[in-house]
Design a protein around this ligand. Structure first.
Ligand code: ATP
Ligand code: MG
Length: 400
């Protein structure tokens, strides 16, 4: 894509009403637009990152044998009354509309359990795993962390339906491994811990994936650095190292709380009626994206990990005389299905460098007088700042 065609522009100044690093950098670089506190729109560059994250998660969910669906945002009061979660004293983050008779979903255990009750009746129908990507609505009080805490935010929510606690535990462990892969691919695996937490309203042990981050609203106690294991602060523990962290995902055993309340039963091998054992597993995509910005950016701007970068290459053409060669490089890279943001704008080299460092694409290909003379490319690593000279052919071979 030619940068001259991108409708967004970078900004030198930080927006006055933002305090979080992720919101400041993502706004300056033109990835997001703030509608109001805790409510952000995704612009072309931001949406590309979000979709990359979505696709990584989708691949790992499909690998688990889960099936993708899409539920509605509008929620039925009668259904949520069955689990006692309509009451504002119990769930204080609802956005309700239509005189309080409809709500905007903040999670989706209730509607999915009701759907599954129509299809599951025998042990032969189980286990089943279902997931979706959907905007959730939560009237969060503390919406000061940019896209890490939205009032409207995209979540991947997976739900498991098992016959026994044992079958449930087996799948739960597989999700743990899938989550580790997701956070590795998103570039934050080495600082993300598997933290044991209390189960909140469900009274069980649950687990959170917590990324060490100064801007985090949580904190964890590290119990095993090598295995990246920790305990949530709520469990409280002395003599362990405490670190600020962000909850990028969590996995939750739900037991039979929802299946009993909504009526999701199956007949086992002996013809006995039993409630289905459930689990739920969330990841906030915006929170993950914001966390990556928080932990990997530097003084110059964002640094995207390869797999979630909006483009693979940022091609910078530094002068009018470099244009023909740059056009050719652009065409050849795109013909090889490599995603390129091509800075073809009529701007000074210094401005192009500053923009490229702010936007954070991991590899910058710089075409100036030097490359024209040698017909080689100068390839700069955004994270380390190191440059290498290579032919176009070698670059393509490295990327595909
Ligand atoms: P928190 O304690 O941070 O509010 P939570 O326990 O309410 O999180 P869940 O309800 O388990 O979170 O949601 C699943 C995942 O969705 C979280 O692990 C997180 O990644 C993400 N998430 C939760 N709330 C938000 C939010 N307001 N904005 C963005 N992502 C969120
Ligand atoms: Mg919350």
């Amino acid at each position: 894509m030619k940068q001259s065609q991108l409708f967004t522009k970078t900004r030198r100044e930080a927006p006055k009403d933002e305090i979080s690093k992720n919101a400041i950098l993502l706004t300056r670089a033109g990835f997001i637009h703030k509608e109001m506190a805790g409510v952000y729109s995704y612009l072309p560059l931001g949406l590309r990152v979000l979709k990359k994250i979505e696709n990584i998660i989708r691949e790992e969910m499909n690998e688990l044998g889960a099936q993708e669906i899409e539920l509605t945002a509008l929620q039925d009061k009668n259904l949520w009354e069955k689990t006692n979660r309509w009451d504002d004293k119990i769930v204080d983050i609802w956005f309700k509309i239509a005189d309080g008779n409809l709500g905007l979903g903040f999670t989706h255990e209730e509607p999915l359990t009701r759907i599954m009750a129509e299809y599951i009746s025998s042990y032969r129908d189980l286990p089943a795993y279902v997931y979706q990507f959907q905007n959730k609505f939560r009237n969060e009080l503390r919406a000061k962390s940019g896209i890490m805490r939205g009032k409207e935010f995209l979540m991947k929510d997976l739900y498991s339906f098992s016959r026994t606690e044992e079958e449930h535990a087996n799948f739960y462990n597989k999700v743990k491994v899938a989550y580790e892969k997701i956070f590795n691919r998103a570039g934050i695996g080495n600082r993300t811990y598997f933290a044991t937490a209390s189960g909140g309203s469900f009274g069980n042990i649950s687990h959170e994936f917590q990324t060490i981050c100064d801007a985090g609203e949580d904190s964890i106690y590290i119990t095993n650095k090598e295995k990246r294991e920790a305990k949530n602060k709520e469990l409280g523990i002395e003599n362990l190292e405490e670190k600020k962290s962000v909850e990028v995902g969590n996995i939750f055993p739900l037991g039979i709380r929802f299946s009993e309340a909504i009526g999701l039963y199956f007949k086992d091998e002996n013809g006995e009626n039993k409630p289905v054992v459930m689990g739920s597993y969330g990841i906030g995509l915006g929170r993950l994206m914001g966390t990556v910005v928080e932990v990997l950016s530097d003084k110059k701007g964002i640094v995207w990990p390869r797999e979630i970068s909006p483009f693979s290459i940022h091609l910078l053409s530094l002068s009018e005389s470099a244009k023909a060669f740059s056009d050719e490089v652009h065409k050849t890279l795109e013909a090889n299905k490599i995603e390129v943001l091509y800075d073809d704008r009529d701007l000074r080299a210094g401005e192009k460098f500053a923009d490229a460092d702010l936007i954070g694409i991991p590899a910058q290909v710089i075409i100036g007088e030097k490359s024209l003379a040698s017909k080689t490319l100068e390839v700069k690593n955004r994270a380390s700042g190191e440059t290498r000279e290579m032919t176009l052919e070698n670059l393509i071979n490295e990327l595909i």
